[in-house]
Design a protein around this ligand. Structure first.
Ligand SMILES: [Zn+2]
Length: 333
């Protein structure tokens, strides 16, 4: 029996994986716009390959590719009725690759776009959407723990915690913040949101997506202060440059087709990983735009690189690559 997420976090930081949907879109397997996860049934090999890249890079958790895999979202691309198959397959694919190493599988759920606190039937409708994904993933696995992510409504995040806790598996939940100063749609600060989620029974709480490391780290640190060690804090920023004026990478004109020039160098994510560890953040990962090079750089900083690099030198003492010729050395950026 592999050690679970909470045991691992008790020993020190755990390294998460990177972003799936945007990378698979770039590779031609996901449609920009709806960003639904039919790749799970249409091109399972492409998904397995990306999981494997993150595993080789040092990720200790692989998230199932089930972001937006709820019935309502799949219906927008005419794939209503595939929700069970997509959720089950995604767990099987992640587990198969995770077992090639020592990684855990996190069953992923996300915002549903169906939550409306002003509508009487909305909470129960969202409960139903969550339950179906949770049950599907349990029946194909189970995963090792749950990650519910990208919630802007604290109320929707709390519903996720309620339903996921009922399965008996550990629950991680992360909010996403569109503006600074960061607030949930209901007005709660990151610290207040983290406290309420922890009080509701979440085992790990935090923040993910939308913001680059520079904007997200202070949010995560505020959460660390608010929960006072009662639960580990998670941070999974995007690998795009954002700013205090525009802290959400999806808000500008570059989303989703012109993001490449905004992509951060791997060293920026390495620096984030070091700063996050220093700041007491336990679950350190990345989100949209983060690919294997980013995860590997974070793994190096956190001392988790799984594969030793080959020793190399020129026996003549003369440069035998441009790297040596220009006297480059590995730096953080
Ligand atoms: Zn993201």
């Amino acid at each position: 029996m592999p050690r679970g997420i909470l045991e691992r976090l008790a020993d020190g930081p755990v390294l998460g994986d990177g972003g799936y949907l945007l990378e698979l879109e770039k590779r031609g397997y996901v449609q920009a716009g709806p960003f639904t996860p039919e790749v799970v049934v249409e091109h399972p090999d492409a998904l397995a390959q990306l999981h494997r890249e993150f595993l080789r890079a040092g990720a200790e958790v692989l998230q199932t590719m089930t972001f937006y895999a709820s019935d309502d979202k799949l219906a927008t691309v005419g794939m209503e009725g595939t929700v069970d198959e997509i959720n089950r397959n995604a767990v099987r694919i992640a587990r198969e690759v995770a077992s090639e190493g020592d990684a855990l599988v996190a069953g992923n759920l996300s915002l549903t776009w169906a939550y409306d606190p002003g509508e009487t039937g909305s909470p129960d409708h969202v409960r139903g959407l969550f339950d179906r994904q949770l049950q599907d993933q349990l029946s194909a696995g189970p995963p090792d723990f749950w990650i519910g992510e990208t919630f802007s409504f604290l109320g929707e995040a709390l519903l996720f915690v309620e339903r996921a806790k009922a399965t008996g598996l550990p629950v991680m939940v992360t909010m996403s913040f569109e503006t600074l100063p960061a607030k949930a749609y209901e007005g709660d600060s990151p610290g207040q949101a983290a406290k309420k989620l922890a009080d509701a029974g979440a085992d790990i709480v935090g923040v993910n997506c939308l913001n680059g490391p520079a904007q997200q780290l202070p949010i995560a640190r505020e959460m660390v202060g608010a929960v006072r060690g009662s639960v580990p804090i998670a941070a999974q920023p995007v690998a795009y440059a954002t700013s205090n004026e525009e802290p959400d990478f999806t808000a500008g004109d570059a989303f989703p087709f012109a993001l490449t020039p905004m992509t951060l160098a791997r060293g920026e994510l390495a620096r984030f990983a070091a700063d996050a560890r220093e700041g007491g953040i336990g679950y350190i990962g990345s989100c949209c735009g983060a690919v294997a090079e980013h995860v590997r750089a974070m793994a190096k900083v956190l001392g988790k690189l799984p594969e030793q690099e080959r020793e190399w030198r020129s026996s003549s003492g003369k440069a035998m690559s441009a790297y040596e010729y220009h006297e480059h050395t590995e730096t953080e950026v």
